[in-house]
Design a protein around this ligand. Structure first.
Ligand SMILES: NC(=O)c1ccc[n+]([C@@H]2O[C@H](COP(=O)([O-])OP(=O)(O)OC[C@H]3O[C@@H](n4cnc5c(N)ncnc54)[C@H](OP(=O)(O)O)[C@@H]3O)[C@@H](O)[C@H]2O)c1
Length: 167
């Protein structure tokens, strides 16, 4: 299970239920990496998708405590304890934890890699990701080259969880 996230300099990831900045190269990469695979998202992140719909051509596992939440086009998961059992059905597919803040925090220790888009800027944010630079379990293994889109600089970085790699 891996993480995929876009964060700014202060590890902010969202504001008012939205992303901080849409970078089309990042969206394209997200689509390429996750299509055909499994996404795990919180209910609020699902509702932030276009028209609140699941992302197409992917299994969308949605965490919610609401037993009445409509399961249209998604696989509902009502507690983290149920997640391993649910994931059994998708063996062979990549599994990406795709937010938001509460889901990243809870699943971080169970993830092997984190694909982190670093947006080289600081935005007002109300949702954050725990800094992997300050977490001794995580190591930056690839610092992507700096790219620029519409005046915003960003890089695709890769972190690994030492608990898995033993490095
Ligand atoms: N930059 C990025 O890469 C990125 C990616 C994704 C999201 N985001 C941003 O993150 C923000 C949303 O994050 P968030 O933390 O507010 O919300 P969230 O994590 O998307 O969703 C929170 C909801 O998930 C459910 N949930 C959480 N833990 C659960 C558990 N253990 N068992 C069952 N259900 C559980 C609850 O739903 P119920 O209330 O229905 O019970 C909870 O209210 C938005 O601004 C979004 O744009 C950013």
């Amino acid at each position: 299970m891996d993480i995929i996230v876009a964060r700014d300099d202060a590890w902010g990831i969202g504001k008012d239920g939205e992303l901080l900045r849409r970078i089309s190269a990042d969206m394209k990469r997200f689509r390429a990496m996750t299509t055909g695979n499994v996404l795990i998202v919180g209910r609020k992140t699902l509702e932030s998708f276009p028209d609140g719909n699941p992302l197409p051509e992917r299994v969308n596992i949605v965490l919610t405590k609401n037993m009445e939440y409509p399961a249209e086009g998604v696989v509902l998961c009502h507690s983290l304890e149920k997640l391993p059992e649910l994931l059994h059905a998708y063996e062979g597919k990549g599994v990406f934890v795709a937010g938001g803040g509460s889901i990243y925090r809870q699943l971080l220790p169970l993830c092997r890699r984190a694909y982190v888009t670093h947006i080289h800027a600081a935005f007002p944010a109300d949702t954050s990701f725990p800094s992997l630079d300050k977490d001794p379990d995580w190591i930056l293994v690839e610092k992507g080259e700096t790219q620029e889109e519409k005046g915003v600089k960003f890089s695709f970085d890769l972190y690994e969880n030492r608990r898995f790699t033993g490095k």
